[in-house]
Design a binder for this molecule. Structure first.
Ligand SMILES: C[S@@+](CC[C@H](N)C(=O)[O-])C[C@H]1O[C@@H](n2cnc3c(N)ncnc32)[C@H](O)[C@@H]1O
Length: 281
């Protein structure tokens, strides 16, 4: 047993002891009764409480437009709640075939079998790149292994994890009650130099951005004048910052990032709003 599995087991035991008092077998039926804490391929089965999963899905602002993937879906409860209570389509990926079959039966019994599909597969093999929301209750090292795949997903994809974080990718939101969970928005890759047109009539500006996940900083160079951008913010594919022009007028810039192009608006009190565009240098 790996070290992380051991401490997951310790952590889970506290939860399990509490749950055992209520029901040793959870979410089972006459065909299959899973045991709390039973071995799984990379992590044991321990369900997320209904209270916490509702908070996780609410934090992710799940809507009927979403496709939710639960990685390691157990008895299917997160996928089922995403469909039943939030109107989303949901896909669970579960390695244990009996568990996957049980989860699909649970979805059918809950009346959302048409919107919930449980795939019997491995989260490290199945493609979940079409998800708009990813949920998981895994282990710290599994989260870290999945992190590069998650960061390649469409900017704006929402991710929520029960109990475990993503290492140095700090969460956008930390949930503390009834137990720990975390929430992130996949940031666009913006690091590098961008040539911006429109910031000042007849001149081009250079925006140099540094990035650590969703945290960004940068320098805006307009002609011979360079200044650090103010209040830089990256929310998925939306980038915003402020700067002060040479007449000391503050400007507020909002840009949508599309891989190698950025487009948006430069608002200020002194001038009309102007549309600005940029390309990677
Ligand atoms: C801690 S449980 C979480 C279940 C569910 N997501 C929830 O929160 O209620 C983890 C689940 O992942 C499954 N699992 C473990 N390794 C897996 C893998 N490599 N691919 C797919 N499922 C896996 C286990 O069988 C178990 O059902």
């Amino acid at each position: 047993m790996k070290y992380s599995k051991v401490w997951f087991a310790i952590f889970s035991t506290l939860f399990a002891l509490n749950s055992l008092a209520q029901n040793y077998f959870e979410g089972g039926d006459d065909k299959y009764k899973p045991l709390l804490g039973q071995e799984g391929k990379d992590v044991i089965w321990m369900p997320t409480s209904n209270e916490l999963l509702a908070i996780m899905l609410k934090t992710a602002k799940v809507t009927p437009n979403d496709l939710v993937y639960d990685l390691g879906s157990g008895d299917g409860r997160i996928a089922i709640a995403a469909a039943k209570d939030f109107g989303a389509r949901a896909i669970g990926i579960e390695f244990n075939p009996q568990m996957a079959a049980l989860a699909q039966r649970n979805a059918d019994r809950s009346g959302v079998g048409d919107r919930v599909k449980i795939i019997n597969g491995d989260i490290f093999v199945e493609d979940f790149s079409k998800a708009t929301v990813v949920t998981m209750y895994l282990l710290p090292d599994l989260n870290i292994s999945l992190r590069p795949t998650i960061l390649k997903m469409k900017p704006g994809t929402r991710v929520t994890s029960h109990a475990f974080n993503m290492g140095d990718w700090e969460p956008d939101i930390e949930i503390d009650s009834p137990t720990k969970a975390f929430f992130w928005v996949v940031p666009a890759q913006v690091e590098g130099e961008w040539v911006i047109s429109g910031i000042e009539p007849k001149s081009k500006a250079i925006l140099k951005l540094s990035q650590h996940y969703q945290k960004i900083g940068g320098i805006l160079q307009i002609g011979s004048n360079s200044q650090p951008i103010l209040n830089p913010k990256l929310d998925g594919g939306n980038l915003s910052f402020s700067y002060i022009d040479r007449s000391k007028i503050p400007h507020f810039v909002k840009l949508a990032v599309n891989i190698n192009e950025i487009n948006g608006i430069d608002k200020s009190t002194g001038y009309y709003d102007v549309e600005i565009t940029g390309k990677r240098r």
